[in-house]
Design a binder for this molecule. Structure first.
Ligand SMILES: *Cc1c(COP(=O)(O)O)cnc(C)c1O
Length: 378
């Protein structure tokens, strides 16, 4: 039971980091390099342009690269963009919506929260009303794909309402970029936060903010709340000085640049369909095995499924038994009770889901035939 699979042989069904294309891992082998040389400046410029392309941006948009996981880019954006006399309205229906509020609170950024139960769709009329009720609100913050429940929030409608009220929209699109439809222009997004290692299929260590150039420029008008993650500082360095503000994870960035090439070549539309097909196969299989889905199928994203565990099955036992078979599943937050999270992100092969479902059926059988620990103790 304690036999761990080879480090590179596991099929990752956690919601990032994902299994990557061999070309992405090969790009890590880029030779030792100084980050202030022109080849790195060129790498950064190229990657920044590709990010804007993935986000559907025009010339009015640019992007800023950060070294750090997705939360680094989230903190950089959410701590940097609201002026001292501004206020953000945060829409919440899960763990990551809550995190937006925690980041704002940590930096003493004024915010209102419009909260719904986990896995509950936003009431858009209430959102519209909340914006009408408080003229002090300048910004809106929302998670596109709420990875804790697998729910895809209605970005197009949210963007339309925020724009109608003249509010600046900031989106955590960390787990949606690459596999869901998102368009900074059509969705009226001023600030779009993403990371390398989820549906863009890069490796962990690089994250980014794609934003309107004019909005980034305007950040110079008020003091920064932090130093290392000050978004304006990184923007000025990367855009005007053509060099990173600090030492980036250069090799991880090469790998991400390769991953962006692969994303643009495949197209986000085709990748969305690839993930959606895997998710459908997974959801059908889970239902057959008595794992009741947390949400209606059309509420889920293309990349994450949350399901209730069948009676008598414990998450830890399921995880450990599947890990021995080289499949890595993921826990949920305690608010969701006895559930499991299974992602369909990344470079899964055509038969990975079928093989996973076979392994799952075996494990469920094995675990339900095993005497429970209570009986063992008796
Ligand atoms: C993964 C994720 C994050 C950030 O997680 P990191 O561990 O910092 O990369 C933030 N928001 C959402 C919606 C996510 O899925």
């Amino acid at each position: 039971m304690n036999q761990t699979p080879e480090p590179d042989s596991a099929v990752l069904l956690n919601p990032g980091p994902v299994n990557v294309h061999p070309a992405v891992r090969e790009a890590l082998q880029y030779p030792d390099v100084c980050h202030r040389e022109p080849e790195v400046a060129e790498l950064m410029r190229g990657a920044r342009e590709k990010i804007v392309a993935v986000c559907g941006g025009s010339q009015a948009y640019t992007s800023v690269l950060l070294t750090g996981s997705g939360t680094a880019a989230l903190e950089s954006a959410f701590a940097s963009i609201v002026p001292p006399d501004g206020k953000m309205l945060v829409l919440q229906n899960g763990h990551y919506g809550r995190r937006l509020q925690e980041i704002l609170d940590a930096h003493r950024v004024p915010c209102n929260c419009l909260s719904f139960d986990w896995g509950t769709a936003f009431d858009l009329l209430a959102f519209d009303q909340a914006l009408a009720d408080d003229p002090a609100i300048t910004h809106v913050g929302v998670v596109h794909h709420e990875t804790s429940t697998g729910m895809l929030n209605p970005l197009r409608e949210i963007g339309e309402i925020a724009a109608r009220h003249g509010k600046s929209l900031a989106v955590d699109s960390i787990s949606s970029l690459g596999s869901e439809s998102l368009d900074v222009l059509k969705d009226h997004i001023d600030w779009c936060v993403g990371t390398a290692n989820k549906c863009l299929e890069g490796l962990p260590g690089i994250s980014f903010v794609c934003a309107r150039r004019a909005k980034l420029e305007a950040l110079s008008e008020f003091p920064a709340r932090g130093y290392y993650l000050d978004l304006h500082r990184h923007y000025v360095a990367q855009e005007k000085e053509n060099a990173p503000a600090f030492t980036p994870a250069v090799q991880v960035l090469y790998a991400f640049d390769r991953a962006l090439d692969l994303t643009l070549a495949e197209t986000v539309e085709a990748r969305s369909m690839r993930y959606a097909a895997r998710a459908q196969e997974l959801r059908a299989g889970l239902s057959r095995l008595d794992f009741r889905l947390l949400l209606e199928e059309d509420q889920f994203s293309n990349s994450v499924t949350v399901a209730h565990l069948p009676d008598g099955i414990q998450y830890e036992d399921l995880h450990d038994a599947l890990k021995v078979r080289s499949f890595i599943i993921y826990a949920t937050q305690k608010q969701l009770g006895s559930t499991v999270r299974i992602a369909s992100m990344g470079q899964l092969s055509n038969n990975d889901i079928a093989q996973f479902l076979t392994a799952l059926a075996d494990v469920v059988m094995e675990l339900s035939q095993r005497p429970s620990s209570v009986e063992e103790a008796a």
